[in-house]
Design a binder for this molecule. Sequence first.
Ligand code: B12
Ligand code: SF4
Ligand code: SF4
Length: 374
Amino acid sequence: MSAPPLPVDAIREIAAACGFDLVRFGPADPGEHGDHFVRWLAAGRHGEMRYLERNRERILDPGAWRPGVRSAIALAVDYGGPAAALPGGGRVARYAVGRDYHRWLRARVFALRERLEAAGLPRGSTSGGTDALPVLERALAARAGIGFLARSAMVISPAVGPYLLLAELLTGMELPPDPPSPGACGTCRACIAACPTGAIVAPGEVDARRCLSYTTIELRGFVPRDLRESQRDWLFGCDVCLEVCPFARKSPRQHLCGEARPAELRPHRIVATWTLADVLAMDEARYAAEFTGTALRRATRSGLRRNAAVVLGNRGDDAAVPALVAALADADPVVRGHVAWALGRIDGRQPALAAAHATEPDPRVRAELESAMD
Ligand code: B12
Ligand code: SF4
Ligand code: SF4
Protein backbone atom coordinates (compact mmCIF):
# COMPACT_ATOMS: atom_id res chain seq x y z
CA MET A 1 0.00 0.00 0.00
CA SER A 2 1.27 3.52 -0.59
CA ALA A 3 -1.03 6.55 -0.92
CA PRO A 4 -3.43 7.00 2.02
CA PRO A 5 -7.00 5.85 1.22
CA LEU A 6 -8.36 8.79 3.22
CA PRO A 7 -7.28 12.46 3.41
CA VAL A 8 -4.48 13.05 5.91
CA ASP A 9 -6.43 15.86 7.53
CA ALA A 10 -9.19 13.35 8.25
CA ILE A 11 -6.64 11.16 10.06
CA ARG A 12 -5.61 14.10 12.23
CA GLU A 13 -9.23 15.00 13.00
CA ILE A 14 -10.17 11.44 13.92
CA ALA A 15 -7.08 11.12 16.15
CA ALA A 16 -7.92 14.38 17.93
CA ALA A 17 -11.50 13.15 18.42
CA CYS A 18 -10.08 9.96 19.98
CA GLY A 19 -8.37 12.07 22.67
CA PHE A 20 -4.86 12.64 21.33
CA ASP A 21 -3.45 16.11 22.01
CA LEU A 22 -0.71 15.84 19.37
CA VAL A 23 -0.80 13.92 16.09
CA ARG A 24 2.09 13.91 13.64
CA PHE A 25 3.31 11.75 10.75
CA GLY A 26 6.82 10.47 10.30
CA PRO A 27 8.96 7.46 9.35
CA ALA A 28 8.29 4.13 11.03
CA ASP A 29 11.96 3.37 11.67
CA PRO A 30 14.18 5.04 14.30
CA GLY A 31 16.72 6.33 11.76
CA GLU A 32 19.83 7.83 13.35
CA HIS A 33 18.35 7.34 16.85
CA GLY A 34 18.96 3.62 16.34
CA ASP A 35 22.75 4.17 16.49
CA HIS A 36 22.36 5.86 19.83
CA PHE A 37 20.24 2.98 21.11
CA VAL A 38 22.90 0.47 20.01
CA ARG A 39 25.67 2.42 21.79
CA TRP A 40 23.49 2.75 24.90
CA LEU A 41 22.94 -1.01 25.02
CA ALA A 42 26.62 -1.72 24.38
CA ALA A 43 27.51 0.46 27.38
CA GLY A 44 25.17 -1.66 29.54
CA ARG A 45 23.05 1.37 30.45
CA HIS A 46 19.88 -0.73 30.27
CA GLY A 47 20.84 -2.65 33.41
CA GLU A 48 18.58 -5.66 33.83
CA MET A 49 16.02 -4.58 31.17
CA ARG A 50 17.10 -7.48 28.97
CA TYR A 51 13.96 -7.32 26.84
CA LEU A 52 15.49 -4.24 25.15
CA GLU A 53 18.55 -6.26 24.17
CA ARG A 54 16.41 -9.22 23.06
CA ASN A 55 14.28 -6.95 20.85
CA ARG A 56 17.24 -5.01 19.46
CA GLU A 57 16.88 -6.08 15.80
CA ARG A 58 13.10 -5.63 15.78
CA ILE A 59 13.43 -2.20 17.38
CA LEU A 60 15.98 -1.10 14.78
CA ASP A 61 13.92 -2.39 11.85
CA PRO A 62 10.13 -2.49 12.25
CA GLY A 63 9.92 -3.86 8.69
CA ALA A 64 11.36 -7.11 10.06
CA TRP A 65 8.22 -7.81 12.09
CA ARG A 66 5.68 -5.68 10.17
CA PRO A 67 6.52 -6.19 6.48
CA GLY A 68 5.66 -3.23 4.26
CA VAL A 69 5.46 -0.72 7.11
CA ARG A 70 6.11 2.80 5.84
CA SER A 71 4.96 5.50 8.24
CA ALA A 72 4.17 6.14 11.86
CA ILE A 73 1.20 8.11 13.10
CA ALA A 74 2.88 9.48 16.23
CA LEU A 75 0.47 10.32 19.03
CA ALA A 76 0.83 12.07 22.37
CA VAL A 77 -1.31 12.93 25.40
CA ASP A 78 -0.47 15.65 27.94
CA TYR A 79 -0.55 14.23 31.47
CA GLY A 80 0.78 17.30 33.29
CA GLY A 81 -0.64 17.88 36.74
CA PRO A 82 0.06 18.74 40.35
CA ALA A 83 2.69 16.80 42.32
CA ALA A 84 1.22 13.75 44.05
CA ALA A 85 2.21 11.92 47.21
CA LEU A 86 0.60 9.48 49.60
CA PRO A 87 -0.86 11.13 52.70
CA GLY A 88 2.15 11.66 55.01
CA GLY A 89 4.74 11.24 52.21
CA GLY A 90 5.90 9.01 49.39
CA ARG A 91 5.82 10.66 45.99
CA VAL A 92 4.49 9.02 42.86
CA ALA A 93 5.57 10.08 39.36
CA ARG A 94 2.72 11.85 37.63
CA TYR A 95 2.34 9.30 34.85
CA ALA A 96 1.46 6.62 37.43
CA VAL A 97 -0.89 8.58 39.69
CA GLY A 98 -4.14 7.61 37.97
CA ARG A 99 -5.25 4.59 35.97
CA ASP A 100 -2.59 2.55 34.18
CA TYR A 101 -1.88 4.39 30.93
CA HIS A 102 -1.02 1.12 29.24
CA ARG A 103 -4.74 0.40 29.41
CA TRP A 104 -6.48 3.69 28.71
CA LEU A 105 -4.00 4.94 26.12
CA ARG A 106 -3.97 1.60 24.34
CA ALA A 107 -7.78 1.72 24.26
CA ARG A 108 -7.53 5.12 22.56
CA VAL A 109 -5.07 3.78 19.98
CA PHE A 110 -7.38 0.84 19.26
CA ALA A 111 -10.39 3.16 19.00
CA LEU A 112 -8.43 5.29 16.53
CA ARG A 113 -7.58 2.22 14.49
CA GLU A 114 -11.22 1.15 14.37
CA ARG A 115 -12.40 4.57 13.29
CA LEU A 116 -9.72 4.80 10.60
CA GLU A 117 -10.73 1.37 9.34
CA ALA A 118 -14.37 2.45 9.30
CA ALA A 119 -13.27 5.46 7.24
CA GLY A 120 -11.51 3.34 4.63
CA LEU A 121 -8.20 2.08 5.98
CA PRO A 122 -7.82 -1.65 5.13
CA ARG A 123 -8.55 -3.85 8.15
CA GLY A 124 -5.48 -5.24 9.92
CA SER A 125 -3.09 -2.96 8.03
CA THR A 126 -1.76 -1.17 11.14
CA SER A 127 0.06 -2.04 14.37
CA GLY A 128 -0.53 0.21 17.30
CA GLY A 129 0.11 0.61 20.98
CA THR A 130 1.86 2.42 23.76
CA ASP A 131 4.95 0.98 25.39
CA ALA A 132 3.99 -2.34 23.82
CA LEU A 133 5.47 -2.53 20.31
CA PRO A 134 9.21 -3.12 19.80
CA VAL A 135 9.85 0.50 18.80
CA LEU A 136 11.71 3.51 20.18
CA GLU A 137 8.73 5.72 20.82
CA ARG A 138 10.83 8.82 21.43
CA ALA A 139 12.61 8.32 18.12
CA LEU A 140 9.31 8.02 16.24
CA ALA A 141 7.85 11.02 18.06
CA ALA A 142 10.93 13.20 17.49
CA ARG A 143 11.17 12.22 13.83
CA ALA A 144 7.48 12.98 13.32
CA GLY A 145 7.80 16.42 14.95
CA ILE A 146 5.76 15.75 18.13
CA GLY A 147 8.55 17.48 20.03
CA PHE A 148 12.29 17.92 20.24
CA LEU A 149 14.69 15.51 21.89
CA ALA A 150 15.81 17.29 25.04
CA ARG A 151 18.88 17.03 27.29
CA SER A 152 16.77 15.09 29.81
CA ALA A 153 16.16 12.53 27.00
CA MET A 154 12.47 13.47 27.10
CA VAL A 155 10.62 14.38 23.92
CA ILE A 156 9.32 17.84 24.73
CA SER A 157 6.66 19.73 22.86
CA PRO A 158 7.43 23.45 22.96
CA ALA A 159 3.66 24.03 23.14
CA VAL A 160 2.65 21.34 25.65
CA GLY A 161 5.84 20.54 27.58
CA PRO A 162 7.57 17.31 28.70
CA TYR A 163 4.62 15.55 30.37
CA LEU A 164 3.74 13.65 27.21
CA LEU A 165 2.76 10.02 27.01
CA LEU A 166 3.61 8.64 23.60
CA ALA A 167 1.78 6.11 21.43
CA GLU A 168 1.83 5.17 17.76
CA LEU A 169 0.08 3.49 14.87
CA LEU A 170 2.46 1.99 12.32
CA THR A 171 1.03 1.77 8.84
CA GLY A 172 1.89 0.73 5.29
CA MET A 173 0.52 4.09 4.08
CA GLU A 174 3.00 6.62 2.79
CA LEU A 175 2.01 9.60 4.93
CA PRO A 176 3.53 13.01 4.19
CA PRO A 177 6.07 13.57 7.00
CA ASP A 178 5.54 16.55 9.28
CA PRO A 179 8.42 19.00 9.76
CA PRO A 180 10.68 18.66 12.83
CA SER A 181 9.36 20.35 15.95
CA PRO A 182 10.70 23.77 16.81
CA GLY A 183 12.22 24.28 20.27
CA ALA A 184 15.48 23.35 21.93
CA CYS A 185 17.12 23.32 25.35
CA GLY A 186 19.37 26.24 24.47
CA THR A 187 21.77 27.01 27.29
CA CYS A 188 19.61 25.37 29.98
CA ARG A 189 21.04 22.39 31.85
CA ALA A 190 18.63 22.41 34.80
CA CYS A 191 17.66 18.72 34.54
CA ILE A 192 21.27 17.53 34.50
CA ALA A 193 22.06 19.64 37.57
CA ALA A 194 18.90 18.60 39.45
CA CYS A 195 18.91 14.84 38.81
CA PRO A 196 19.35 13.40 42.34
CA THR A 197 21.55 10.51 41.19
CA GLY A 198 23.50 12.02 38.29
CA ALA A 199 21.73 9.62 35.93
CA ILE A 200 21.76 12.00 32.94
CA VAL A 201 25.31 11.13 31.96
CA ALA A 202 25.35 13.14 28.70
CA PRO A 203 22.80 15.33 26.95
CA GLY A 204 19.91 13.03 25.95
CA GLU A 205 21.51 10.01 27.57
CA VAL A 206 20.28 8.43 30.79
CA ASP A 207 22.11 5.61 32.53
CA ALA A 208 19.05 3.66 33.59
CA ARG A 209 21.01 1.87 36.32
CA ARG A 210 21.22 5.17 38.21
CA CYS A 211 17.78 6.53 37.30
CA LEU A 212 15.23 6.38 40.14
CA SER A 213 12.58 5.45 37.63
CA TYR A 214 14.58 2.26 37.04
CA THR A 215 15.64 1.55 40.62
CA THR A 216 12.10 2.04 42.02
CA ILE A 217 10.15 0.35 39.19
CA GLU A 218 12.20 -1.95 37.00
CA LEU A 219 14.90 -3.21 39.34
CA ARG A 220 14.11 -6.40 41.23
CA GLY A 221 15.88 -7.12 44.49
CA PHE A 222 18.27 -4.87 46.38
CA VAL A 223 18.74 -1.19 45.43
CA PRO A 224 22.45 -0.27 45.47
CA ARG A 225 23.08 1.30 48.87
CA ASP A 226 24.63 4.47 47.43
CA LEU A 227 21.37 5.30 45.59
CA ARG A 228 18.94 4.93 48.49
CA GLU A 229 19.48 8.32 50.10
CA SER A 230 19.13 9.99 46.68
CA GLN A 231 15.73 8.36 46.34
CA ARG A 232 14.52 10.93 48.89
CA ASP A 233 10.71 10.83 49.02
CA TRP A 234 10.11 8.92 45.76
CA LEU A 235 7.98 5.82 46.26
CA PHE A 236 7.48 5.14 42.55
CA GLY A 237 9.32 6.73 39.61
CA CYS A 238 10.78 10.22 39.62
CA ASP A 239 9.76 13.49 37.97
CA VAL A 240 12.65 15.74 38.98
CA CYS A 241 14.05 16.20 35.45
CA LEU A 242 10.58 17.13 34.22
CA GLU A 243 9.66 19.38 37.17
CA VAL A 244 12.71 21.62 36.81
CA CYS A 245 12.23 21.98 33.07
CA PRO A 246 11.07 25.45 31.99
CA PHE A 247 8.82 23.80 29.38
CA ALA A 248 6.86 22.08 32.19
CA ARG A 249 4.95 25.34 32.66
CA LYS A 250 3.42 24.84 29.22
CA SER A 251 1.26 21.84 30.15
CA PRO A 252 -2.40 22.85 29.63
CA ARG A 253 -3.45 20.33 32.30
CA GLN A 254 -0.87 21.24 34.95
CA HIS A 255 -3.34 23.01 37.27
CA LEU A 256 -6.39 20.83 36.65
CA CYS A 257 -7.49 19.19 39.92
CA GLY A 258 -10.49 17.17 41.10
CA GLU A 259 -13.40 16.80 38.72
CA ALA A 260 -11.76 19.17 36.23
CA ARG A 261 -9.07 16.58 35.60
CA PRO A 262 -9.63 13.83 33.01
CA ALA A 263 -10.91 10.77 34.93
CA GLU A 264 -7.96 8.54 34.00
CA LEU A 265 -5.47 11.08 35.37
CA ARG A 266 -7.17 11.64 38.75
CA PRO A 267 -5.27 10.22 41.73
CA HIS A 268 -6.05 6.57 42.32
CA ARG A 269 -7.48 5.54 45.71
CA ILE A 270 -4.09 4.14 46.72
CA VAL A 271 -2.36 7.46 46.08
CA ALA A 272 -5.15 9.43 47.76
CA THR A 273 -5.60 7.35 50.91
CA TRP A 274 -2.77 4.90 51.61
CA THR A 275 0.24 5.67 53.80
CA LEU A 276 3.79 4.38 53.46
CA ALA A 277 3.13 2.10 56.45
CA ASP A 278 0.13 0.64 54.57
CA VAL A 279 2.34 -0.10 51.57
CA LEU A 280 4.99 -1.68 53.79
CA ALA A 281 2.45 -3.90 55.55
CA MET A 282 0.37 -4.92 52.51
CA ASP A 283 -0.08 -8.65 52.01
CA GLU A 284 -0.42 -10.49 48.71
CA ALA A 285 -4.23 -10.48 48.79
CA ARG A 286 -4.44 -6.72 49.35
CA TYR A 287 -1.87 -6.09 46.64
CA ALA A 288 -3.78 -8.28 44.15
CA ALA A 289 -7.10 -6.64 45.03
CA GLU A 290 -6.01 -3.00 45.07
CA PHE A 291 -3.19 -2.55 42.56
CA THR A 292 -4.82 -4.09 39.49
CA GLY A 293 -5.33 -1.41 36.85
CA THR A 294 -2.60 0.87 38.20
CA ALA A 295 0.83 1.46 36.68
CA LEU A 296 2.22 1.01 40.21
CA ARG A 297 1.80 -2.75 39.84
CA ARG A 298 4.83 -2.83 37.54
CA ALA A 299 7.13 -2.41 40.55
CA THR A 300 5.79 -5.67 42.10
CA ARG A 301 4.67 -6.06 45.71
CA SER A 302 8.22 -6.69 46.86
CA GLY A 303 9.52 -3.60 45.05
CA LEU A 304 6.79 -1.31 46.36
CA ARG A 305 7.37 -2.45 49.95
CA ARG A 306 11.14 -2.07 49.50
CA ASN A 307 10.60 1.47 48.16
CA ALA A 308 8.31 2.34 51.07
CA ALA A 309 11.02 1.22 53.51
CA VAL A 310 13.63 3.41 51.77
CA VAL A 311 11.36 6.45 51.84
CA LEU A 312 10.51 5.89 55.52
CA GLY A 313 14.24 5.74 56.24
CA ASN A 314 14.85 8.93 54.31
CA ARG A 315 12.03 10.73 56.11
CA GLY A 316 13.67 9.76 59.42
CA ASP A 317 10.41 9.89 61.34
CA ASP A 318 10.46 8.07 64.73
CA ALA A 319 6.76 7.31 64.32
CA ALA A 320 7.68 4.83 61.56
CA VAL A 321 9.86 2.71 63.89
CA PRO A 322 7.15 0.24 65.09
CA ALA A 323 6.06 -0.52 61.49
CA LEU A 324 9.69 -0.98 60.44
CA VAL A 325 10.54 -3.19 63.42
CA ALA A 326 7.53 -5.39 62.64
CA ALA A 327 8.74 -5.75 59.04
CA LEU A 328 12.16 -7.00 60.20
CA ALA A 329 10.43 -10.37 60.55
CA ASP A 330 8.97 -10.27 57.02
CA ALA A 331 9.21 -13.33 54.77
CA ASP A 332 10.81 -11.28 51.94
CA PRO A 333 14.57 -10.75 52.38
CA VAL A 334 14.46 -7.68 50.10
CA VAL A 335 11.96 -6.05 52.45
CA ARG A 336 13.93 -7.10 55.56
CA GLY A 337 17.17 -5.73 54.08
CA HIS A 338 15.74 -2.32 53.20
CA VAL A 339 13.86 -2.10 56.49
CA ALA A 340 17.19 -2.69 58.27
CA TRP A 341 18.72 0.14 56.24
CA ALA A 342 15.78 2.43 57.09
CA LEU A 343 16.01 1.67 60.82
CA GLY A 344 19.74 2.35 60.68
CA ARG A 345 19.01 5.80 59.22
CA ILE A 346 16.55 6.58 62.02
CA ASP A 347 18.40 4.99 64.96
CA GLY A 348 21.25 2.51 64.51
CA ARG A 349 21.08 1.64 68.25
CA GLN A 350 17.57 0.27 67.86
CA PRO A 351 17.72 -3.07 69.83
CA ALA A 352 15.53 -4.85 67.25
CA LEU A 353 18.44 -4.69 64.78
CA ALA A 354 20.74 -6.81 66.95
CA ALA A 355 17.90 -9.19 67.80
CA ALA A 356 17.14 -9.67 64.10
CA HIS A 357 20.84 -10.18 63.34
CA ALA A 358 21.02 -13.08 65.79
CA THR A 359 18.47 -15.10 63.81
CA GLU A 360 18.78 -13.72 60.24
CA PRO A 361 19.47 -16.57 57.77
CA ASP A 362 20.14 -14.44 54.62
CA PRO A 363 23.72 -13.15 54.27
CA ARG A 364 22.58 -10.06 52.28
CA VAL A 365 20.19 -9.06 55.05
CA ARG A 366 22.80 -9.76 57.73
CA ALA A 367 25.14 -7.38 55.87
CA GLU A 368 22.39 -4.73 55.84
CA LEU A 369 21.80 -5.21 59.58
CA GLU A 370 25.54 -4.88 60.30
CA SER A 371 25.80 -1.75 58.21
CA ALA A 372 22.69 -0.32 59.91
CA MET A 373 24.19 -0.86 63.37
CA ASP A 374 27.55 0.57 62.35
C1 B12 B 1 13.37 1.72 28.98
C2 B12 B 1 12.54 2.96 29.29
C3 B12 B 1 12.91 3.72 30.39
C4 B12 B 1 14.21 3.49 31.14
C5 B12 B 1 15.39 4.15 30.37
C6 B12 B 1 15.08 5.58 29.88
C7 B12 B 1 16.16 6.25 29.08
N1 B12 B 1 16.16 7.56 29.05
O1 B12 B 1 17.01 5.61 28.49
C8 B12 B 1 13.86 4.14 32.51
C9 B12 B 1 13.22 3.08 33.41
C10 B12 B 1 15.03 4.77 33.25
C11 B12 B 1 12.79 5.14 32.09
C12 B12 B 1 12.50 6.29 32.79
C13 B12 B 1 11.49 7.18 32.43
N2 B12 B 1 10.58 7.02 31.46
CO1 B12 B 1 10.66 5.55 30.16
N3 B12 B 1 10.63 4.28 28.77
C14 B12 B 1 11.44 3.30 28.47
C15 B12 B 1 10.97 2.61 27.19
C16 B12 B 1 10.18 1.35 27.56
C17 B12 B 1 12.09 2.26 26.21
C18 B12 B 1 13.08 3.43 26.00
C19 B12 B 1 14.43 2.98 25.54
O2 B12 B 1 14.55 2.06 24.75
N4 B12 B 1 15.48 3.64 26.05
C20 B12 B 1 16.80 3.51 25.52
C21 B12 B 1 17.27 4.92 25.07
C22 B12 B 1 18.61 4.84 24.36
O3 B12 B 1 16.28 5.34 24.13
P1 B12 B 1 15.23 6.52 24.48
O4 B12 B 1 14.94 6.53 25.90
O5 B12 B 1 14.08 6.36 23.54
O6 B12 B 1 16.08 7.78 24.16
C23 B12 B 1 16.27 8.37 22.88
C24 B12 B 1 17.21 9.48 23.01
O7 B12 B 1 18.08 9.21 24.08
C25 B12 B 1 17.94 9.46 21.68
N5 B12 B 1 19.24 10.13 21.69
C26 B12 B 1 19.99 10.48 22.73
N6 B12 B 1 21.09 11.10 22.34
C27 B12 B 1 21.03 11.15 21.03
C28 B12 B 1 21.90 11.70 20.14
C29 B12 B 1 21.58 11.64 18.82
C30 B12 B 1 22.52 12.23 17.85
C31 B12 B 1 20.36 11.05 18.39
C32 B12 B 1 19.98 11.03 16.97
C33 B12 B 1 19.49 10.47 19.32
C34 B12 B 1 19.85 10.55 20.64
O8 B12 B 1 18.02 8.12 21.30
C35 B12 B 1 16.94 7.43 21.89
C36 B12 B 1 15.98 7.03 20.81
O9 B12 B 1 15.37 8.14 20.24
C37 B12 B 1 10.05 3.73 26.56
C38 B12 B 1 8.89 3.22 25.70
C39 B12 B 1 9.40 2.86 24.31
N7 B12 B 1 9.05 1.70 23.85
O10 B12 B 1 10.12 3.63 23.68
C40 B12 B 1 9.57 4.52 27.80
C41 B12 B 1 9.44 6.03 27.67
C42 B12 B 1 10.69 6.54 26.97
N8 B12 B 1 9.47 6.48 29.07
C43 B12 B 1 8.70 7.49 29.32
C44 B12 B 1 8.60 8.15 30.57
C45 B12 B 1 7.40 9.05 30.78
C46 B12 B 1 9.58 7.96 31.55
C47 B12 B 1 9.77 8.74 32.87
C48 B12 B 1 9.42 10.22 32.79
C49 B12 B 1 8.91 8.04 33.96
C50 B12 B 1 9.02 8.62 35.35
N9 B12 B 1 8.52 9.79 35.64
O11 B12 B 1 9.52 7.97 36.25
C51 B12 B 1 11.28 8.50 33.16
C52 B12 B 1 12.17 9.59 32.51
C53 B12 B 1 13.64 9.37 32.68
C54 B12 B 1 14.42 10.04 31.55
N10 B12 B 1 14.93 11.23 31.79
O12 B12 B 1 14.54 9.47 30.46
C55 B12 B 1 7.97 7.95 28.06
C56 B12 B 1 8.70 9.21 27.53
C57 B12 B 1 7.78 10.24 26.95
C58 B12 B 1 8.54 11.44 26.45
N11 B12 B 1 7.82 12.54 26.35
O13 B12 B 1 9.71 11.40 26.14
C59 B12 B 1 8.11 6.67 27.13
C60 B12 B 1 8.19 6.97 25.64
C61 B12 B 1 6.87 5.78 27.43
C62 B12 B 1 5.60 6.31 26.75
N12 B12 B 1 4.89 5.46 26.04
O14 B12 B 1 5.24 7.45 26.85
N13 B12 B 1 12.20 4.76 30.92
S1 SF4 C 1 13.80 10.50 36.35
FE1 SF4 C 1 14.86 11.31 38.19
S2 SF4 C 1 16.64 9.97 38.49
FE2 SF4 C 1 15.85 9.59 36.39
S3 SF4 C 1 17.04 10.98 35.08
FE3 SF4 C 1 15.20 12.12 35.67
S4 SF4 C 1 15.80 13.25 37.53
FE4 SF4 C 1 17.34 11.66 37.20
S1 SF4 D 1 15.48 21.25 32.01
FE1 SF4 D 1 16.51 22.55 30.46
S2 SF4 D 1 18.11 21.21 29.61
FE2 SF4 D 1 16.66 19.88 30.68
S3 SF4 D 1 15.22 19.23 29.14
FE3 SF4 D 1 14.33 21.06 30.08
S4 SF4 D 1 15.04 22.75 28.79
FE4 SF4 D 1 16.31 20.98 28.30
